[in-house]
Every structure is written in structure tokens, then in C-alpha cells.
Ligand binder design. Structure first.
Ligand code: UD1
Length: 425
């Protein structure tokens, strides 16, 4: 499945305004833990508003490799039947392509009391360890051995514990939650992630009978229960990062676009920041109108932060917007110390961005000219697409399999809005 998309590239002719309506898909970062949590369910679970992504297909393949039956009911609904899931093993071959595969460890331990899961590999922007996950599992009483790149874990004797993450981690919070709900006694997670995707996971677990409180805050208290009940159906929350990417694309290219199927509560900081640099945004229920015709983008001093702050997953996209601002900006990355692979590629298109530690200094008023560039990760690819949409002439973006991991039919959606973007092989 991965290799099918390996050779695809995008050809984009820039300088087209975006206008019209775009429907935002379900959230990548929410569907993955929800699919992992389905392991705790042994009768069929229907997922609605599922984005069509290679990452969700990877998670489906992992579940299938363990014995699940997954049926795609239509483009955006799947049925997961985990009654036949009997092999708590996730291979390197599958896990290495997607770090979030590691989410299966917690629910496998909860259901089978033992599991063998490959350690995720490196990442395009440097090492992204799973030490917080492992240490927290050990605190819950899980016995862990690392052997030949695999985590061999035994959870036959687990109990609630106090966990304090050194840094907020979305993945570690989700993973630990999926085990702690069935541990004897109470678990308290301090410095827990408050991201909407973790909120959805908590709400799902509570619907199954878990007792999690503090949802949406940085302290989660989980009273362990003896068993969970099955859940029939769940609808994945809208993807706030896809929404933010479209909002920034409209701001950068000009035009007027209505985003449908969004939750503006999850986008509060993005709306605030875009408004501050001069974009007009009107909130209407579950849609947002972005007006950016003939606007002058103002420079900004920005930094990424955990939710509810400005997401690191929009850092690269914001950077390109600031290249078009009428002055110089700075952007500090606080979540990852080296998530900057897009800078060299953006500079090939005429941006002038310099890195000073984890602070990017961005020259404004840049005139962008099309060039051949390469995607390096999901969000970096999105920034390159936005840059190409604003550049004079033709840009080709190679390795678009990165974007297919996290953006549902991006070229179709952009084409409908008036962009000239073609996928080629
Ligand atoms: C999730 C998101 C990703 C987003 C990131 C931060 C998913 C599928 N992916 O990734 O899109 O960019 O949150 O919002 O939801 N860390 C450690 N040790 C660990 C775990 C994390 O040092 O065991 C560090 C990381 O290197 C990073 C920080 O903690 O510096 C936050 O990472 P984390 O929140 O865990 O990211 P992911 O859950 O992998």
C-alpha cells in the first residue's frame, strides 16, 4: 500500500486565488488512537467521519495483522470487528512507517495482559523517543523487556499509579490511558495532554464505562474499573490541523473560503493569530468563513505550544505565511527541537528563513518563484503546497506520500477551490 504512492509528485502552477467551500475531514490524530482503543472492544464498532489517509490504512493493517476484520463501509465509515483479534503482536514492518502505531501497546496489554510491539523507528525530523510511554507503563506495574527492537511487555500484575510526564506527550498520555482504565486503583497523570484528540479518546473510554475525570485539563484521574462494555459507534472529530492548513492557505493566496465541518473551539488560537495578522474570520456554527481578498499580512512573533497553544503541526504552514507578510517575523518551535526540514525547501522557492537554535527568523515581503522541491514530512509538505500556490510559475513537489499520510484528498479539495494542482506519477 505504501509503495503504490511512493513515486507520485505534485505539479502546481501558482498565483491562483482560493474561493469556494471546502469540507474538512475527520482528524488523523484522533482516528488513530480511537482505532487502537477499539482493541478494548470485542463486538463490531462503527467509525464515522474517518479520513481517507494512508496512516489510517496503516493502523487498519496493524489491527488486521493481529486478527481484526475491517470493512470500509463507504469512503468515510469503517467497521472494526475485533472478536477474532488474538495475536497481540505488531511487527516492525508496519510500526516503522507510523510512530502512532505504538498506540496499540496500551490496549493490547489491557486486553491480553501481554504484547510484543516493535519500537517505532526514527522520524524525518530527528529522534522521537517513546521513553515516557515505557516509564509510565512500568510505573503501572508492567514488566518490560527490550529485545531486538521490540518491546516485550507483561501486564499480569498492574495497579494504578501516580505518573508525572517530564513534558506533555500526546502519544504517551493516550497509551497510558488505554491501560490505566483497567488497572486496579486510581491513576493520576500529571502534565497530561489536553489536546482535543485525547479528549475524544477519554470520552470514548468513558462511554465504554471507564472513569476518567479532568478531561481537557493537564491532570487526568482514572479510577480503574474491572471491565469495559462495548461501544457501537463513534464519529471522529474534525481535523483542526487540516482546517488550520486551509485557513493559512487562503490567507496566503487571497480569496474567500468557507470551511465546513469544523469545531471552532479547537481552533481558538489559530483564529486569534490569523485575525491578528490581518485575516478576517467569521464563525458560523460548525463552519468558518475566511476572507483574505486584497489583505496585507502583518508580521508576527510566534511560538508553538501544547494545546490550547498554537500547534507545532501548523508551524511550517505559518512560516510560509510570514514570508509573505509586510515585515520580518520570528517563530519559535517549543515542542520539537529540530522540526525544521522544510526551511531549506522553502528557501529554494525564494523564502529567506534563517534558523537560530529553535527560533526561525523569517524575512517578509518575499516574491516566490516556482522550483522543484521535496516533501520531508506531513506538515512540511503542506507548507510546500501553500508556498507553491503563492509562487510565480510551476513547482513540483516530490515524495507526496508524506502528504497522503495526513491529508485527505488534498489536491481534489484545492482544485475545487480554484488551485492548479495535478498529481503525477
Ligand atoms: C502527536 C501528534 C503529532 C504532533 C505531536 C505534538 C499524533 C498521531 N501525532 O505526536 O502530529 O506533532 O503530538 O503535538 O497524534 N517525547 C519524548 N518521549 C516520549 C514521548 C514524547 O521525549 O516518550 C517528546 C517528543 O520528542 C516531543 C514531545 O515529547 O518533543 C511531544 O511529543 P508527543 O506529544 O509525544 O508527540 P506524538 O504523540 O508522537
Amino acid at each position: 500500500m505504501r509503495s503504490v504512492l511512493r513515486m507520485d509528485y505534485f505539479e502546481i502552477i501558482g498565483k491562483k486565488q482560493l474561493n469556494g467551500i471546502v469540507k474538512i475531514s475527520g482528524s488523523k490524530n484522533a482516528v488513530l488512537p480511537v482505532m487502537a482503543a477499539s482493541i478494548l472492544n470485542d463486538s463490531p464498532l462503527k467509525l464515522n467521519n474517518v479520513p481517507t489517509l494512508s496512516d489510517s490504512r496503516t493502523m487498519a493493517s496493524i489491527l488486521e495483522s493481529m486478527g481484526s476484520k475491517i470493512v470500509f463501509i463507504d469512503n468515510n465509515s469503517i467497521n472494526i470487528d475485533n472478536s477474532g483479534l488474538d495475536n497481540p503482536f505488531a511487527s516492525y514492518d508496519l510500526v516503522r512507517t507510523m510512530r502512532a502505531s505504538f498506540y496499540v501497546l496500551g490496549p493490547l496489554l489491557a486486553r491480553f495482559k501481554k504484547a510484543k510491539v516493535s519500537l517505532p523507528g526514527g522520524c524525518a525530523w530527528g529522534p522521537r523517543p517513546v521513553d515516557f510511554h515505557i516509564k509510565a507503563f512500568e510505573k503501572l506495574g508492567v514488566k518490560i523487556k527490550l529485545e531486538n527492537g521490540y518491546v516485550l511487555a507483561n501486564a499480569s500484575n498492574i495497579r494504578g499509579a501516580k505518573i508525572h510526564f517530564p513534558k506533555i506527550s500526546v502519544g504517551a498520555t493516550g497509551n497510558v490511558l488505554m491501560l490505566a482504565v483497567l488497572a486496579k486503583g486510581t491513576t493520576v497523570i500529571k502534565n497530561a495532554a489536553a489536546e482535543p484528540e485525547i479528549q475524544q479518546l477519554c470520552n470514548m473510554l468513558n462511554e465504554m464505562g471507564a472513569e476518567i475525570s479532568g478531561i481537557g485539563s493537564n491532570t487526568l484521574t482514572i479510577k480503574g474499573v474491572d471491565s469495559l462494555k462495548n461501544l457501537d459507534e463513534i464519529s471522529i472529530i474534525p481535523d483542526r490541523i487540516e482546517a488550520g492548513t486551509f485557513m493559512i492557505a487562503v490567507a496566503a493566496t487571497g480569496g474567500k473560503v468557507v470551511l465546513e465541518n469544523i469545531n471552532s473551539m479547537h481552533l481558538k488560537d489559530v483564529i486569534k493569530q490569523l485575525t491578528q495578522v490581518g485575516v478576517n474570520i467569521i464563525e458560523k456554527g460548525n463552519s468558518l468563513e475566511i476572507h483574505a481578498i486584497n489583505i496585507d499580512i502583518k508580521p508576527s512573533i510566534m511560538e508553538t505550544n501544547e494545546y490550547p497553544g498554537f500547534p507545532t503541526d501548523l508551524q511550517a504552514q505559518w512560516m510560509i505565511l510570514m514570508c509573505l507578510a509586510n515585515g520580518d517575523s520570528t517563530l519559535k518551535e517549543n515542542i520539537y527541537f529540530d522540526r525544521f526540514t522544510h526551511i531549506l525547501e522553502l528557501n529554494r522557492l525564494g523564502c529567506k528563513i534563517k534558523l537560530d537554535g529553535s527560533l526561525a527568523r523569517i524575512k517578509g515581503n518575499r516574491k516566490l518563484i516556482g522550483a522543484d522541491v521535496m516533501s520531508t514530512d506531513i506538515r512540511a509538505s503542506a507548507a510546500l503546497i501553500i508556498a507553491a500556490l503563492c509562487a510565480e510559475g510551476k513547482t513540483t513537489i516530490s515524495r507526496v506520500y508524506h502528504i497522503d499520510r495526513g491529508y485527505d484528498k488534498i489536491e481534489e479539495k484545492l482544485t475545487k477551490l480554484g488551485a492548479q494542482i495535478i498529481r503525477k506519477k
